[in-house]
Design a protein around this ligand. Structure first.
Ligand code: SF4
Length: 653
């Protein structure tokens, strides 16, 4: 059955090198197989990657550099529900090869940008090539302009967005842009939209910077097609009603994700002092109540979202007085307070503002600075290495480091290379940086949660919680679960959460207020005219997970790379209800092998041929067969795997 709504079936293909523009038709088959934002992103990155490995060695360190070359692509795609009347339907994905990790990556952001892109008539915007000078792109329905952005060089994200709107003469134009960090190709630079909605993780801002692309502005005036509008309205009304009647709805509007601070501190997994403690002594100075009482001046929301989790905070007194930011949300708060030994929320607001303005991911930035502090404390690196001494709670030095990283000054030039570059320069930093696949860990401690450890270890983009967040469930009811139950919940999360990124909706109504999955399947069916079930959608989500895994294994990722940060095995948690806890490596190993088995991957984490074929990824199976071979086994893998693979196959994949 053909698609009758939800998609425009058009992709805007833009080449910055020669400023050419092409509109490409997208087939129903493609749009149903690789649904929306993350699905299309994975497919286009796969096509780029498959062609690329014929020319360069398939190794992640090579692709980490290739990510910053002109021919890397970035696909910006909302989903079939984006822009429609359905709760929180304002999400958009950016997909590319990550300059931080060298493997497939995507990052998701909210606001209105994706809605406007669809209204301009496109399901996705594909950007390739690099401009000779700094430019911004303006997509105005069918017209695309490449506009000189030299005057914006070095400008922050807020200033850039303002300037672009003024230049175009339209306050309603939607802008996604980078700050100095992106221009300087900081490996964890983000793309910022609407002054606080960031595609934060995995360095999409550096890909923009490498392309000399300062910003994209979009304006659209077209209607969006919906197959059965009455049915969609009925489903949406029920979903809105469900959310508004939920007992946590008011708290959510009041605090947003900041309510998590108290919860995690109480259950003892609030990352503190660089993921070594799970309880922060002065949590009441950095929690949601403190934010509401002393800082919050308003709410903001993404498109069609009643939860409106965006807090607008203003520092009203003290040395950071006058700083205003959209945020901070929980991750930023943890990274710049408990995990850095700081109990001052006004400092968090300031650090958040700086990161947003300079255009850097707050998780990676905070994580790396905390690791630097611990490294100095343990004499892993010296004052001479850094250029100055830095200790827990030294706020001014942290703020200076944020600037130094964004502008690649002094030690900032090393830190701007992210975990991969830092560990390559100082091998012993491996013991203090919490990362998986060189993506810095987000703000949930995994010492007391085997599920969370597995979620980080097997996340396809690195140590990010966006694919699976099973920690709360496990701590509340799952401590005694067996291995199969724990693996099952991780697998379920890794199917359902990325599905939201495919559909173009926010996962928070589901994860925080438990909006039932059936609403999403109903809304998809009503919109597209293709009757589907949640099971079918989860199947499609799992297909994409296998596709992104295929990119990883072709780049040499194996079982060795699927472990959580070393600390969760080697350093017991220091305080609170989980004091002394750590993950047993032996038990993790069993969980990992069970996980592979349930996924249909071999003992090294390589998707089996029949698994890929089950998902209709026959071409992917062929490439894996050709490049890695069916005889690939545990014995032939491990440390030497990449070398062997490339020695045998060279550039011939
Ligand atoms: S819950 Fe928050 S992040 Fe999600 S769509 Fe609503 S406002 Fe945006």
């Amino acid at each position: 059955m053909g698609l009758k709504g939800g998609y425009t079936k058009r992709l805007l293909d833009v080449d910055l090198s020669d400023e050419s523009v092409r509109v490409r038709e997208l087939s129903d088959d493609l749009l149903l197989k690789f649904i929306g934002g993350r699905g299309l992103g994975a497919k286009f990155v796969w096509d780029f990657f498959r062609e690329k490995i014929n020319r360069v060695p398939a190794r992640r360190e090579v692709f980490r550099e290739e990510a910053l070359k002109p021919d890397n692509i970035i696909l910006i795609a909302p989903g079939p529900l984006t822009g429609l009347y359905f709760p929180a339907a304002g999400k958009t994905s950016m997909s590319s090869i990550s300059p931080a990790t060298g493997i497939y990556a995507d990052s998701n952001f909210g606001g209105m940008f994706g809605v406007e892109l669809k209204q301009a008539g496109y399901d996705a915007l594909l950007i390739r090539g690099a401009a000779r000078r700094l430019k911004y792109i303006f997509v105005n329905d069918d017209e695309v302009r490449f506009i000189d952005a030299s005057s914006l060089r070095g400008k922050g994200c807020v200033e850039t967005e303002r300037a672009v709107k003024k230049d175009i003469g339209d306050e309603e134009v939607r802008v996604a842009c980078i700050g100095p960090a992106g221009e300087n190709k900081v490996r964890f630079a983000c793309v910022n939209s609407e002054w606080g909605r960031n595609a934060g993780r995995t360095g999409m801002g550096a890909v923009f910077g490498a392309k000399n692309l300062k910003a994209i502005a979009v304006r659209g005036s077209k209607d969006l097609a919906v197959h059965d509008i009455d049915r969609l309205l009925r489903v949406a009304e029920r979903a809105f009603e469900y959310l508004q009647n939920h007992f946590l709805f008011d708290l959510w509007q009041e605090q947003g994700l900041m309510s998590v601070v108290d919860y995690l501190n109480t259950v003892g997994v609030l990352p503190s002092f660089n993921f070594r403690a799970g309880v922060f002594r002065n949590a009441e100075r950095i929690n949601g109540e403190e934010m509401v009482r002393r800082f919050k001046i308003g709410n903001t929301s993404c498109f069609a979202c009643p939860m409106a989790c965006g807090n607008i905070c203003l520092v009203k007194e003290g040395r950071f007085r006058g700083t205003v930011v959209e945020g901070p949300e929980y991750e930023t708060t943890c990274m710049f307070s408990s995990n850095m030994g700081v109990d001052d929320f006004s400092f968090v607001v300031r650090a958040n503002y700086l990161c947003d303005e300079l255009g850097m991911d707050t998780i990676s930035t905070g994580n790396i600075i905390a690791a630097l502090i611990e490294a100095q404390e343990k004499s892993i690196i010296t004052e001479e290495d850094v250029g100055f001494s830095i200790k827990w709670g030294e706020k001014d030095k942290v703020l200076s480091l944020i600037e130094m990283i964004a502008r690649r000054r002094g030690i900032g030039d090393v830190l701007a290379e992210g975990s991969f570059g830092i560990i390559r320069k100082w091998k012993h930093m491996e013991s203090v940086i919490s990362h998986v696949k060189y993506l810095e860990q987000s703000a949930y401690d995994a010492h007391a949660s085997e599920c969370m450890a597995l979620a980080y270890g097997t996340c396809d983009i690195g140590a990010h919680h966006n694919r699976a967040w099973p920690i709360a469930k496990e701590l509340e009811v799952g401590q005694k679960w067996g291995i199969h139950e724990k693996v099952d919940i991780v697998l379920y999360h890794q199917a359902v959460r990325p599905l939201f990124d495919m559909l173009g909706v926010c996962r928070l109504p589901w994860i925080e207020l438990g909006l039932p999955e059936k609403y999403y399947a109903d809304a998809f069916s009503a919109t597209t005219g293709v009757e589907t079930s949640i099971e079918e959608l989860l199947f499609r989500s799992n297909a994409v997970y296998n596709l992104t895994r295929a990119v990883a294994v072709l780049l040499g990722i194996r079982k060795n790379d699927d472990y959580p940060p070393k600390k969760v095995f080697e350093e017991p948690l220091q305080n609170g209800p989980n004091a002394g806890k750590r993950i047993s490596k032996e038990r993790y190993e069993k969980m990992l092998l069970t996980y592979y088995e349930k996924r249909g991957w071999d003992e090294n984490g390589i998707p089996r041929k029949e698994t890929l074929e089950k998902f209709g990824l026959n071409d992917v199976a062929e490439v894996i067969e050709r490049c890695i071979g069916s005889s690939h086994s545990a014995e032939s893998c491990g440390e030497s795997c990449d070398k062997k693979q490339n020695a045998v196959h060279g550039n011939s994949c």
